[in-house]
Design a protein around this ligand. Structure first.
Ligand code: ATP
Ligand code: MG
Length: 430
């Protein structure tokens, strides 16, 4: 079966230069070898074992991967006994993390799952005897393949054929699989987006019918899938599918309306931005997407909070969206400098990384030389002392004024020039 197959333009991941991809593939090959070595050790003890799931799919596509998962007939305690370095990370689910040949791998006992009464996780898991039964619990055909030691591929659901046809299809009946675990609907869109695949008709119909079940799913898990989608090579595709799927209307927690306007990238405001996949940084993509929907900074922040992204990311997105808003419609140099000083250099850089035509803004930004009060060659206490006045709120205002003058190139950023300019300004305003 094809190992390290095509690595064509369509499979480049974020920041995917040819070099990055081939480095990623070399790393993936090393992980794969470590996985085979675990299979060999388990086989020597009389157990069946296979490499399974995402890495089998990615290897067949020639895509780099970072995790190798193994399924085995050995019970967790048997796995613990066989490997020197084994950590019981998920015994409830039959999972042991094994560190072997310098790689950490999840080794999980063949299992099936039962009774999804809450629509998000099984009530019970049961160990089973064969890899085929284990593969049957998995979500999509392309994720339900296993590679054995002899190079043999176990592919009971036609995953390889679906990889060739570039289609996401459920293992079994789509409606049934989505009602077991509603997150799978979002995963279907994530995989279609990241891999550049289409959704099988049955999957699309299943999503349209089962969408209301999404209310059972934790927002954090939806955020994780959405975030992977944004980082992939075809985020616009995923956003369009999400919008048309109707899923966003059925989230456990509503998102501000702006986030519903996915997939409008061809229209109006989006023209000023690069296509999302040409932006290196995932959060720059998020900012451009949300700014393009005309979300306010507060709404962008709410989207991030609802999806349980970190406070640091939330602040970053709010500033970048605020910056985009300040620059729409296009602004002159003075207004640009004000925006940088109000919202900060990182926000300006995020916006510049998103726009199709960064000049002359990039040059203006470089020429500024000072971006925050801390970059000035004088401190507030020095100002107060030199002007012989009691410190007060005037100091901050004066520093801000000096900052603007220095950033605009109307004064040099040296102690003496700033102090004399400060004296002039104070005199003028009295
Ligand atoms: P990636 O790691 O690139 O995001 P992946 O396919 O490895 O993709 P994981 O979330 O790591 O995805 O899951 C590993 C495997 O476990 C999947 O390939 C799939 O076989 C199975 N799986 C994961 N989540 C589900 C689910 N919600 N329902 C059914 N099977 C699942
Ligand atoms: Mg994985």
């Amino acid at each position: 079966w094809p190992a390290g197959g095509r690595a064509g333009a369509g499979v480049l991941t974020m920041g995917g230069t040819e070099e990055n991809v081939s480095m990623g593939v070399a790393e993936a090959n090393r992980l794969w070898e470590a996985g085979l070595s675990v299979l060999r050790r388990l086989a020597d003890h009389g157990f069946q074992a296979y490499i399974v799931g995402g890495c089998v799919r990615d290897r067949a596509l020639g895509r780099p991967f970072h995790d190798v998962d193994i399924a085995t007939s050995a019970r967790p305690e048997e796995v613990m006994g066989i490997f020197e370095r084994a950590i019981p990370t998920g015994l409830k689910h039959g999972t042991v993390t094994v560190v072997h040949d310098g790689a950490a791998m999840e080794v999980t006992t063949f299992r099936t799952e039962f009774g999804y009464s809450d629509g998000r996780r099984p009530d019970a898991i049961v160990f089973v005897g064969t890899i085929e039964e284990d593969l049957a619990r998995r979500d999509f055909t392309v994720n339900a393949m296993a590679a054995g030691l002899d190079g043999k591929l176990v592919d009971p659901f036609g995953g390889m054929e679906d990889l060739r046809r570039r289609v996401i299809r459920c293992v079994g009946d789509a409606d049934a699989r989505f009602s077991e675990d509603a997150l799978r609907m979002v995963r279907a869109i994530r995989f279609a987006s990241v891999l550049g695949f289409r959704l099988a008709k049955s999957v699309w119909r299943g999503i349209r019918r089962q969408a209301p079940r999404l209310k059972n799913v934790a927002m954090e898990r939806i955020g994780a899938e959405w975030d992977k989608m944004m980082a992939g090579p075809h985020p616009e595709r995923g956003l369009g599918l999400l919008a048309r799927s109707g899923l966003l209307a059925h989230l456990k927690e509503p998102l501000p309306a702006a986030a519903f306007v996915c997939g409008g990238q061809e229209s109006g405001a989006f023209r000023k931005f690069l296509p999302l996949h040409q932006m290196e940084d995932k959060d720059v993509r998020w900012a451009a997407f949300l700014a393009g929907t005309k979300a306010s900074p507060e709404e962008a922040g709410l989207v991030f909070r609802a999806l349980r992204f970190s406070g640091a990311r939330q602040e970053r997105i709010e500033s970048a969206v605020a910056f985009a808003r300040r620059m729409d419609p296009a602004q002159d140099r003075e207004a640009f400098i004000d925006a940088v000083l109000d919202l900060g250099l990182p926000a300006a850089e995020d916006w510049l990384a998103a726009v199709a035509e960064p000049e002359p803004y990039r040059a203006w930004l470089r020429q500024m030389g000072v971006y925050a009060i801390g970059d000035l060659a004088v401190r507030g206490d020095e100002l107060a002392r030199s002007l012989n006045r009691r410190p007060g709120p005037w100091v901050g205002r004066l520093l801000r004024r000096l900052l603007k003058e220095a950033a605009a190139g109307r004064t040099a950023n040296t102690r003496e020039t700033l102090l004399s300019l400060a004296a002039e300004i104070v005199e003028e305003t009295e």
